[in-house]
Design a protein around this ligand. Structure first.
Ligand SMILES: *[C@@H]1O[C@H](CO)[C@@H](O)[C@H](O)[C@H]1NC(C)=O
Ligand SMILES: *[C@@H]1O[C@H](CO)[C@@H](O)[C@H](O)[C@H]1NC(C)=O
Length: 819
């Protein structure tokens, strides 16, 4: 195993220098921990992340939370109410990808004004940087120049001067072939996007000197703080490189709020040296990789990290599809054809869940070793395969199709609190029709809207008479609402990069489709409308109760510019007529930790002095929504400097929806009362839920529900099951399920790293999941770290970490509740 340069985990890192004093001889300790039983087990000692990425060329005097935000009153009198444009809906048919054609006037809102006007978010590698897209001359230098450029009169993007959020770059590749005589290096904030109608090909030259074609991880920082990086709609091609040469097409040592989608990895058939994707440069905490195609090659993906869901990946003629080094891994809707091994799970320490997946002409679909313990849990469900479906150390356990759920690991039967270790038991999982497309759970790729030409789009910053600034200081509430209302059902709305300050609710009506520039188009709340913790105001309200229609949100970020205990960031009320009509893709939440928010700079004190938001996302009972790739994060450290962050956000995700909810690759972290709350919810499919407690919580600090004790609502847990002074009981639940039915939750995990900001191992928290008055719950692949009890059935302890030891702490392969 390569020696790590830094010790990184979850959401923080330390250089090995910084660690000297804390753990003697840390690197050998780390190496030995990582190699336990040949499995990838993350390092076990932690201290909170001390500092963030410096943001030295920031305009510190821009403070939207001071006084009233700018109002351009003369401009905002032109408000339009109601849908005044008559339209027959969107017209499809396009000759050019709209994103290439539309005006790009995004900005980095908090850059020093000496540089801000000269910083361009959007870069077309051909027209702005002269990249050759005919495949005849080297294009790598031009693409690298496009990636690296900062403001024309300022430092470049490798300079560590613009924080994590101050240097967004949309690097656009028109169709064509780009000869790569060299590799390209990405930095935090980079999104490479190709034309989906004619995906650009990065074609490695036969003499490429490096071991990778694309390096995604910003080399300046640890893997677990590599956020806000994306690649979509491209082909990476190594077929000109000798099939025996050791080369990887992409290294993806990155973490939450990243996106890798619609990428083809084209490798020589029968290659012995080529790997599509590695994560070899550090520890990392990914959430989802989706809609990828691996062709040929020796290995599709060679992974070591914390957790993943892999959705709609296809492997064609790849000898080993995936070396799945990690703790909690889910495959959904994947296809393996013509390889020796589909998934090599011998280094999956916790649970491997494979559902709605096919194999054809494969040697073995899933190959692993059997630990004989709760670790290495395997869950297979709805698999079509013609040969060996699962084998342990070469001994076939399952062959052919797996129509029902096949469970290997610790199982809790309905109504039974005794753990049963099963070597391969079949469980009936009656999926509900609201969630399905055929027999499979409905899945959908993130829309590119490539069927619509640029005249079907509105740039929200370019509407005559309705100026919207997105500049991090101006109150854009009224004109955003006017534009959304006027164009609902008629146009797709593009939010160029920038921070859109709002002082009241933004209403997203039925008929809306919204696209941002990934990770940099932020809606950010300020002001007195968001102060009442007992009657929160919603910042972005998607549809009204009872609406049925379309509402799609892509590549947006939701945040708060001030400490707003009465702000509910997003509420979804609308249902789609069909699955996927209502959805959020690659859209994320951030509370604190970044420039442009008082939460970043003024929350180094106690949690009660920083009740920064009521909660992040509420799916109300009339909603039905498809959510894919979402990180709901209350900052545990600063991304743009080194301010301390002790933030108390009330709630993570509240689901009251009953008509069909899809959660594909979500993470909610560091919220005070709960990360996930299913209250009277029904018909929910989830593939991977990742979570962590607030680092400040635990003995010695506020006991839950403090500091929200006076603000609890009927859907909140009240900790009445805990003694008043029981500090391990009074911590955030990973998940609470009450009055709910037909929940199908695959691959959940909660990692508890700290008590009161200090390292903790063993019993660091009492309860992970509490279930009350529910029926028809199917939880497959639940992983915990340092939590005493995994499941409570009301007050009754059903499963403990001790009884289910394995993985990073404990693993329960199947928990069946009133089924
Ligand atoms: C900072 O922003 C303020 C408000 O927009 C502006 O007036 C000032 O000139 C800026 N200063 C710098 C150094 O960027
Ligand atoms: C799966 O991914 C491929 C490649 O991106 C895409 O063409 C296809 O539409 C996706 N399938 C689904 C069901 O989304």
């Amino acid at each position: 195993m390569a020696r790590l340069h830094s010790l990184c985990f979850a959401l923080f890192c330390l250089s090995s220098r910084g660690l000297a004093g804390v753990i003697p001889d840390s690197s050998s300790l780390i190496d030995s921990l990582l190699e336990v039983a040949g499995q990838y087990i993350p390092p076990l000692d932690y201290v909170p992340h001390p500092v963030g990425v410096p943001y030295t060329i920031q305009n510190y005097s821009v403070a939207p939370w001071v006084g009233s935000p700018n109002t351009h009153s003369s401009d905002t009198t032109v408000g339009v109410s109601g849908n005044t444009e008559t339209c027959a809906g969107l017209t499809s048919g396009s000759s050019k990808f709209w994103y290439e054609a539309i005006a790009h006037n995004g900005e980095s809102s908090y850059l020093d004004s000496a540089y801000k006007p000269n910083y361009k978010v959007f870069r077309n590698v051909v027209t702005d940087y002269g990249a050759d897209n005919t495949g005849t001359r080297d294009a790598s230098a031009a693409i690298q120049a496009a990636i690296k450029a900062g403001s024309s009169n300022g430092p470049d993007r490798s300079s560590k001067s613009m924080g994590s959020t101050g240097q967004p770059a949309m690097v656009y590749l028109p169709g064509g072939t780009y000869l790569m005589e060299n590799s390209i290096q990405m930095y935090i904030g980079t999104v490479i996007v190709g034309d989906p109608t004619n995906p650009p090909v990065l074609k490695a030259s036969s003499s490429i000197p490096n071991d990778h074609i694309v390096y995604a991880k910003d080399p300046n920082f640890g893997g677990t703080v590599n956020f806000y990086i994306g690649i979509k709609n491209i082909v990476i091609d190594s077929t000109n490189v000798a099939a025996t040469q050791k080369i990887a097409l992409l290294d993806w040592t990155v973490s939450q709020a990243t996106q890798l989608t619609n990428v083809v990895f084209k490798m020589p058939q029968g290659s012995t040296g080529h790997t599509g994707l590695t994560t070899q440069y550090d520890y990392n905490s990914n959430v989802i990789l989706n809609d990828l195609h691996f062709i040929g090659g020796a290995i599709g993906m060679d992974l070591s990290g914390q957790q993943w869901v892999f959705k709609n990946l296809t492997f064609s003629g790849t000898t080993t599809g995936v070396i799945a080094g990690g703790t909690n891994i889910v495959f959904v809707g994947c296809h393996f054809e013509g390889g020796t091994t589909g998934i090599d799970a011998s280094s999956t320490s916790g649970s491997l869940t494979v559902i709605d997946t096919t194999g054809s002409n494969m040697g073995t679909l899933v190959s692993t070793t059997d630990s004989g313990t709760a670790g290495n849990s395997i869950i297979l469900e709805n698999i079509q395969n013609s040969g060996n479906t699962a084998s342990f150390s070469g001994v076939v356990q399952v062959a052919g199709d797996v129509p029902e759920t096949w469970v290997h690991g610790d199982l809790y039967n309905s109504g039974d609190t005794t753990v049963k270790y099963v070597g391969g038991q079949t469980v009936h999982t009656p999926r509900t029709s609201a969630l399905l497309s055929g027999n499979n759970y409905f899945l959908m790729r993130p829309p590119n809207y490539e069927d619509y030409s640029v005249d079907q789009f509105i740039n929200i910053k370019s509407v005559t008479g309705l100026p919207v600034y997105g500049d991090g200081v101006t109150d854009d509430t009224q004109n955003i609402n006017s534009i959304l209302s006027q164009y609902a059902g008629c146009k797709i709305i593009y939010f160029p990069a920038g921070t859109y300050i709002v002082t009241d609710t933004i209403s997203v009506p039925a008929g809306s489709r919204i696209v941002g520039d990934a990770y940099a188009s932020a809606i950010s709340a300020v002001g007195g409308n968001f102060y009442n913790a007992n009657a929160p105001t919603t910042m972005v309200k998607v549809g009204n109760v009872g609406d049925v229609g379309v509402a799609q949100i892509n590549d947006m970020l939701f945040t708060v510019a001030d400490v707003l205990q009465g702000c509910k960031l997003v509420e979804v009320n609308i249902a789609g007529a069909s699955p996927g009509d209502v959805g959020l893709w690659n859209s994320h939440f951030r509370i604190g930790g970044a420039a442009g928010s008082k939460v970043e700079t003024n929350c180094a004190g106690t949690p009660d002095s920083c009740k920064a938001a009521w909660g992040l996302l509420h799916l109300t009972s009339s909603s039905s929504v498809y959510i894919e790739n979402m990180w709901g994060w209350t900052a545990d450290h600063d991304l743009d400097g080194s301010h301390g962050q002790t933030i108390s956000t009330g709630r993570g995700l509240l689901v009251e929806a009953t008509r069909g909810t899809w959660l594909v690759g979500t993470a909610f972290e560091h919220h005070t009362l709960y990360q996930y709350n299913f209250e009277n919810a029904a018909n929910v499919f989830s593939a991977l839920q990742q979570s962590e407690t607030p680092y400040w919580q635990g003995p010695g600090n506020d006991l839950a529900p403090a500091p929200w004790t006076d603000d609890l609502g009927s859907s909140d847990p009240d900790w009445s099951n805990c003694a008043a002074t029981d500090s391990l009981c009074r911590m955030a639940l990973f998940e609470r399920i009450r009055g709910s039915s037909n929940l199908f939750l695959y691959g959940g995990c909660v990692w508890t790293f700290f008590n009161n900001n200090g390292g903790c191992n063993g019993d660091c928290e009492q309860n992970a999941i509490r279930v009350q008055s529910s029926r028809g719950l199917y939880l497959f692949g639940t992983n915990t770290k340092s939590v005493t009890n995994i499941f409570l059935d009301d007050d009754l302890v059903v499963a403990t970490e001790t009884q289910n030891a394995g993985g990073w702490g404990a693993v329960v392969a199947a928990y069946l509740y009133d089924t």
